[in-house]
Design a protein around this ligand. Structure first.
Ligand code: NAD
Length: 432
């Protein structure tokens, strides 16, 4: 059978509803890996697109009552072969179907790479959550939950937090779902407050998992954590926790940023003072313990470890050659373009790719779901210990493949995930 699409066709998704720069990046990464591993063409073409896609529009009433806005929301399930689907919900003003679909595809490879029994999913609402009051955010979340309720379920598809959502949003989703079925269903979401069945250690799990990997990678390339410097883009859940845990390892964090820019201090930043400043002013800008720096300059600072932990498309063909780090540890999803990857390879930068780097979040989400479905709780020490084991094992599998097959870490990680999904598809067979 001739392939529907030629690998590396720049316009693979052009004629589909999912088309967007981020979905094209996800597809091209996948196609590059598929070609290297000589993936069966039928399976390759099947995995290029999400299995289920739901797009909704619904009204959101502002607090002044008179003002009602129509907002757009999405839920995408990429692969249903591996078990229930799993993936976060993003609130951001740029969210679109292509972005959510790319994130869902990456979730598939991530879960398979980590050996978690899930396919990939993702959801999103196209709003800026910072422009909403708490009550507006609650109404929006409850209505969005109801709009996608046919798609989610504790055995079907389990949401979690992503950019712009947090444990409070998860609590509202859990409550809305539970109201509909008539009893409490904590296992409908992960990343919820501990008192509602959330897991200890979930909030910081993505940052913690990333720092476990940074320690492994540093050891591999001969960096001493206590003598290293780090730069972190993003001061949200992932960035702030990664920075804190890097400092615990003895690493000097010399710059950090949020959406409005960052602060730089070559002597090392005082994270507690930054938290106090952000709590008072709502942003990093104006922090006295360092010099202001913009997000573009921050990425090009001389450092050992660079941690993009904010948004996608930050390291591109335009700026990749100016990076001065030895280790790029991706906390964000999709921070590096395909062209930038090739440049970083040539420069000899060791990359912890996103599907591995930020997999600590979904790993502890899996632990949370397991605890909820068993009605049994684990201690924080058990969770962090299990997380470390899972992260280190995935790192070792990826590194081994990259060395054995002479691949960069991203391609090796993708193949680790894709191979498992392809194997499962072949074993299940084709219906009907
Ligand atoms: P968050 O909303 O808690 O924080 C995002 C941070 O990025 C904020 O400091 C924000 O100011 C900053 N930011 C937003 N736009 C920016 C821009 N254009 N330039 C620079 N900074 C910008 O989000 P989060 O949960 O920390 O997620 C960050 C990234 O990590 C996302 O790519 C997300 O998909 C990924 N991720 C998160 C988790 C998780 O468990 N939260 C898990 C896996 C991956």
């Amino acid at each position: 059978m001739s392939p529907i699409f030629h690998p590396f066709d720049q316009h693979v998704a052009d004629n589909t509803e999912w088309d967007s720069p981020m979905f094209r990046l996800a597809q091209q990464q996948f196609l590059r890996a598929a070609e290297v591993m000589q993936l069966d063409e039928n399976i390759r073409d099947r995995l290029l697109f999400p299995q289920r896609t739901l797009m909704v529009s619904f009204p959101c009433r502002r607090d002044d009552y008179a003002n009602v806005e129509t907002v757009f929301g999405y839920r995408v399930q990429h692969v249903l072969t591996m078990g229930p689907t799993k993936g976060g919900i993003r609130y951001h003003e740029d969210v679109n179907l292509g972005e959510v679909s790319a994130l869902a595809m990456w979730m598939t490879w991530k879960c398979a790479l980590m050996h978690l029994p899930y396919g990939g999913a993702k959801g999103g609402v196209r709003i800026d959550p910072h422009q909403l009051t708490r009550s507006e955010l609650q109404r929006l979340t409850r209505r969005y939950t109801l709009e996608i309720i046919s798609m989610i379920g504790p055995d079907k598809d389990i949401p979690a937090p992503d950019m712009g959502t947090d444990e409070q949003v998860m609590a509202w989703i859990m409550d809305t779902y539970s109201q509909q079925v008539g009893y409490s269903v904590p296992e409908i979401v992960t990343g919820k407050p501990v008192v509602l069945g959330g897991s200890l250690g979930r909030t910081e799990a993505t940052g913690r998992g990333l720092v476990f990997l940074i320690c492994e990678a540093a050891n591999h390339i001969g960096l001493k954590m206590t003598e290293s410097t780090a730069v972190v883009q993003g001061f949200g859940n992932v960035g702030s926790n990664a920075a804190r845990l890097l400092i615990e390892q003895g690493t000097r964090v010399i710059a950090i940023s949020d959406i409005n820019g960052g602060v730089h201090n070559p002597k090392g930043l005082d994270l507690q003072a930054i938290h106090a400043h952000v709590a008072e002013h709502g942003q990093l800008a104006g922090f006295a313990g360092g010099d202001p720096i913009d997000n573009a300059q921050l990425l090009e600072l001389e450092c050992d470890i660079l941690v993009p932990a904010a948004v996608q498309n930050q390291i591109t063909a335009e700026n990749a050659s100016r990076l001065k780090c030895k280790l790029l540890a991706e906390g964000a999803n999709g921070p590096t373009t395909l062209e930038a990857d090739s440049i970083l390879d040539e420069m000899g930068v060791f990359v912890l790719p996103d599907i591995l780097g930020n997999a600590g979040g979904v790993t502890v989400s899996y632990f949370e779901w397991v605890q909820d479905t068993q009605n049994f709780t684990w201690t924080l020490a058990e969770i962090n210990g299990r997380l470390q084991k899972v992260m280190v094992a995935a790192f070792e599998r990826t590194l081994l493949r990259s060395q054995r097959e002479k691949l960069n870490m991203r391609t090796a990680a993708l193949i680790e995930g894709i191979e498992r999904v392809a194997q499962a598809k072949l074993l299940r067979g084709l219906f009907p």
